[in-house]
Design a protein around this ligand. Structure first.
Ligand code: FE2
Length: 307
């Protein structure tokens, strides 16, 4: 589905763009069923461990463990950072039965699951959309199923995706709610135009901890991040199956889910790999393994010829 000139203009102006009813109700339903199936343990072999995901971007420490750092080409499970997370080494079946407060499943659903692969890597509409935005050799670098559990699903503070995925080229987030996303249940909020008016000033970087010698992630700020009160964030409510495109430098957030219903979402990030450099400091690296940086298409030859 190629974007129209006015849609592209809107995206360039705001830094985000909602495409209504991008996925059919059947596609949405398939994704939810697929995740239920994964949680029921049919993919036990892929989920013999679990980690904790801390959505508070100020604290990179929780994300530093090996389980997280090596999840780029796998399907792994991350809990909400609650006071007493369930013990580690659960299988998928036990996760489901005990209703553990999962935060997300990632980061290579687009490769390991047929339904998620069809909705991302093999999705013809998405390829057309990326072509219309000028992507030459786009790769999916990560995909996630995000749970925003009723009352439990925590807030994600204002951030840019370029903080967590650093590249010299284009990076696009594609996010679709699998339930209607409202202010009450934690829809996304954006500061329109912030990708043009502000710079990315925070960087989530790989480094070595001096005392332990372990690889850890640290958030480096080139200037103090703006407080939330300084931002002009607007809520963007969406229907299930709508898609929002997210520029790497646009500020956005989501609040906690204050409703009594879950608000699940599927999201993936696409990065341009033609004539670009992926930062070696990113937590996520191309491991040259199946599922790692999966290519959607390669127009580089065409691009060279027409240049
Ligand atoms: Fe984000």
């Amino acid at each position: 589905m190629a974007l129209s000139a006015s849609q592209i203009e809107q995206f360039e102006s705001d830094g985000y763009l909602v495409v209504e009813q991008y996925y059919t109700p059947e596609e949405v339903d398939k994704l939810k069923k697929e995740m239920a199936w994964i949680l029921e343990g049919s993919m036990d072999q892929l989920c013999s461990m679990s980690g904790v995901f801390n959505a508070e971007v100020e604290d990179g420490k929780q994300n530093s463990d090996k389980y997280f750092l090596e999840s780029g080409d796998k399907v792994r499970f991350f809990y909400e950072d609650v006071k007493e997370p369930p013990p580690r080494s659960f299988t998928g079946r036990r996760l489901s039965r005990e209703k553990a407060p999962l935060n997300k499943v990632g980061h290579a659903l687009h490769w390991h699951s047929t339904a998620f692969k069809r909705a991302s890597l093999q999705h013809e509409k998405t390829k057309e959309l990326l072509r219309s935005l000028g992507f030459v050799r786009p790769c999916i670098c990560q995909s996630m199923y995000i749970f925003k559990r009723a009352k439990v699903g925590g807030a994600v503070r204002p951030h840019t995706d370029g903080t967590f995925l650093m590249t010299t080229g284009n990076l696009l987030g594609l996010w679709t709610p699998l339930e209607n996303a409202t202010i009450e249940n934690g829809c996304l909020w954006f500061e329109p135009g912030s990708h043009r008016t502000r710079e990315i000033t925070s960087f989530f970087e790989r480094t070595t901890d001096e005392s332990s010698g372990e690889t850890v992630m640290k958030l480096r700020h080139t200037q103090p991040p703006p407080s939330e009160e300084e931002l002009n964030l607007v809520p963007v409510e969406m229907k299930a199956g709508d898609l929002v495109l997210i520029h790497k430098a646009v500020l956005h957030k989501s609040e906690r889910n204050a409703s009594d219903k879950p608000r699940d979402a599927f999201t993936f990030h696409v990065t341009e790999t033609y004539n670009t450099q992926w930062s070696k400091l990113n937590w996520l690296q191309n491991q040259a393994s199946p599922g790692s940086f999966s290519m959607l298409y390669d127009d580089s030859k065409l691009h060279k010829e027409t240049k």
